[in-house]
Design a binder for this molecule. Structure first.
Ligand SMILES: *Cc1c(COP(=O)(O)O)cnc(C)c1O
Length: 381
């Protein structure tokens, strides 16, 4: 069976975790601080704040952005459900805008249409690692005095107009879930260029404690902490951070390997008439966190039938990115909401295996199987 994804883990990560465990410092401490420093350097952001996962990072970002009860935040419906859930955690109202079908990211025009006097922020997702047009959204946000938050869960290693995702905004959230490009088991990171945000994020992730454990531990004099506001326990552990440090060393190589596989897919499928693949905008750089293929209405075979046939051939696939407004948790409040482009993109997309290392024979098998399924469908029709 060829899986859809696999984290790239080696003895380096295992021994980093092993060594950290034996230091006796196993929750947020020196390794977390080191990982933050390296992550900030990698992305080009001034600061990085490690958290327990991307969803908690998004929650804290909503808090520091000042999103509160009744405030509207514009985001795509076609995203993982954590995107809009993070708005709900603070009592905010997710307002779903359409996506651009060519890059699966928020549509600028529809986003502007959905701005009301209650809008507080825009939550811009870099879907499956494809950079959204950050500059255009920064302009829109400043025109209406809104805060721009980036959900970069899938986008570590991608670049927008020559600069790494993570460097452009004051609140950018990353995920280290195993399904993403690098992993710490679970885990997340927020990058920011704003020192006040950095400080408040660090408070909120650790119960609002004014002095963190590491500083107290290292202090030669007696210090007591205050709890200055109601915070959370959204810490990353040093075991995870030690793994993250090893993963970060390999990130550029992992991304290069992912790109080589993606380019093989693009070359192999370029003449199939009824599909459209992801493309890299000029000046951008994709990490290919997922390889998604859109099947247009000329396809003589349904997406689900392709998935069934791939599965029969021993190849795992996934549906395209979900739409939140059609999920049970949301649909009662989205009655009458029309998002035809998002629904179409979600319903007509298929994600095929891409992971590192992927054996050449497996890449070839995916290519040959997918091509055969699509061409037999055309003939039989
Ligand atoms: C994976 C993902 C998340 C959630 O990340 P976790 O680290 O699992 O919390 C949020 N947003 C998007 C777009 C994602 O793909």
């Amino acid at each position: 069976m060829i899986p859809i994804a696999k984290p790239y883990m080696t003895a380096d990560e295992a021994s980093a975790a092993h060594d950290t465990i034996l230091t006796g410092w196993i929750t947020q401490g020196p390794k977390t601080a080191e990982f933050e420093q390296l992550f900030a350097e990698y992305t080009g952001a001034r600061y990085a704040v490690a958290v327990s996962n991307c969803t908690t990072g998004l929650h804290l970002s909503m808090l520091v952005a000042g999103v509160g009860p009744g405030d509207e935040v514009i985001c795509p419906s076609m995203s993982y459900i954590a995107t809009s859930n993070s708005i709900k955690y603070v009592g905010g109202v997710p307002v779903f805008a359409e996506i651009n079908p060519f890059n699966y990211n928020l549509d600028l025009t529809d986003t502007e249409k959905k701005i009301t006097p209650k809008t507080k922020a825009i939550l811009l997702v870099h879907q499956i690692g494809i950079p959204a047009d950050i500059e255009a959204f920064q302009e829109l946000a400043s025109k209406y005095n809104l805060i721009l938050i980036e959900d970069a869960a899938c986008a570590i290693g991608s670049s927008y107009q020559g600069a790494k995702i993570g460097s452009h905004s004051d609140l950018v959230c990353f995920s280290f879930h195993p399904r993403k490009v690098i992993s710490t088991g679970d885990g997340g990171m927020i990058t920011t260029n704003n020192p006040a945000y950095c400080e408040r994020l660090k408070l909120l992730r650790q119960h609002g404690m004014s002095v963190n454990d590491r500083i107290r531990h290292e202090s030669k004099s007696l210090i007591f902490e205050d709890h200055v506001e109601v915070g959370y326990n959204y810490r990353m552990t040093d075991i995870q951070a030690a793994v993250g440090i090893e993963q970060l060393k390999k990130l550029d190589w992992i991304v290069e390997e992912r790109r080589k596989i993606a380019h093989q897919y693009i070359e192999a499928f370029k003449d199939i008439p009824c599909i459209r693949m992801m493309s890299e905008s000029e000046g951008d750089f994709l990490n290919y966190q997922s390889f998604s293929i859109y099947l247009n209405s000329q396809c003589a075979i349904s997406r689900n039938e392709i998935m069934a046939q791939m599965l029969e051939a021993g190849i795992a696939t996934r549906r395209g990115v979900m739409t939140v407004h059609r999920e049970i948790a949301y649909k009662h409040e989205c009655v009458g909401l029309e998002l035809p482009i998002s629904e179409d993109a979600s319903d007509r997309s298929i994600i095929i295996p891409l992971y590192v290392p992927m054996e050449q024979k497996d890449i070839d098998y995916v290519i040959n199987t997918f091509t055969a399924i699509l061409s037999s469908a055309v003939v039989s029709n």
